[in-house]
Design a protein around this ligand. Structure first.
Ligand SMILES: [Zn+2]
Length: 227
């Protein structure tokens, strides 16, 4: 958020921070949308790599399946108010290049998660305090920096997911990036995803085939709010 550009940023921040502390993530997303609209509508402020952007504005037509906005996730609860995805601008631009590369092969991305408010990270940790699968909120996740994304591959023609070793958020050994006791097709699909992501500046995680960090994640601080 470009705070104090017009005097509204800091009050908005205070209000939403208060609401976040009180346990609601809805004001956060509302504030994020306001921030993105303000940033996009103000031509005098140059775009910065650490701006938060809504991913579908950078990659039109991108398929989202934001599981934490549904009950179809490991918590069994709807923890996001809206099925929207935000990332740092530079991370989103990298993902745009991934998408363009995949299109040449008749494939595309499907996004499960991107930026995650720290308040949600705390909730995840209460449910699953295992740092192989959920980052300890004391350290923060790269999702909390807006510099990590959970995704899979789909066919452009049908939208159908390519078969992968496990579903998203399957906290088992089989979800490991290097787990080998699998049919060849699943290993090929997993490898294809990893290679195209690495080619465009992402780094995978050993325990989750679907998770990728922007290799430049250290450039972006943990955020409960966009700054
Ligand atoms: Zn992840």
């Amino acid at each position: 958020m470009k705070t104090n550009r017009n005097g509204q940023g800091s009050s908005l921040f205070s209000f939403c921070f208060f609401r976040l502390v009180c346990g609601s993530t809805r004001p956060f997303f509302a504030a994020l949308v306001v921030a993105v609209v303000l940033a996009s509508g103000c031509r005098t402020v140059p775009e910065r790599p650490d701006d938060f952007v809504e991913l579908t504005t950078v990659i039109p037509g991108l398929v989202l399946d934001i599981r934490y906005a549904t009950t179809n996730n490991f918590t069994g609860q709807k923890v996001y108010p809206d099925a929207r995805c935000f990332l740092r601008r530079a991370t989103a631009e990298k993902l745009k290049r991934v998408q363009a590369d995949l299109a040449k092969q008749g494939l595309a991305l499907k996004i499960f998660d991107g930026f995650r408010p720290l308040a949600v990270q705390r909730k995840f940790w209460e449910i699953m305090p295992d740092d192989r699968y959920v980052a300890n909120p004391a350290k923060g996740s790269r999702h909390n920096r807006g510099a990590a994304v959970d995704l899979t591959l789909i066919r452009l023609s049908s939208g159908q997911e390519l078969p992968m070793p496990t579903p998203f958020d399957d906290f088992s050994e089989r979800a490991g990036r290097d787990y080998a006791n699998l049919p060849g097709e699943l290993i090929r699909n997993r490898t294809l995803l990893r290679e195209v992501m690495e080619k465009h500046g992402f780094v995978g995680l050993t325990t989750e085939w679907w998770h990728f960090d922007d290799a430049d994640w250290k450039n972006y601080p943990i955020a409960d709010m966009p700054k």
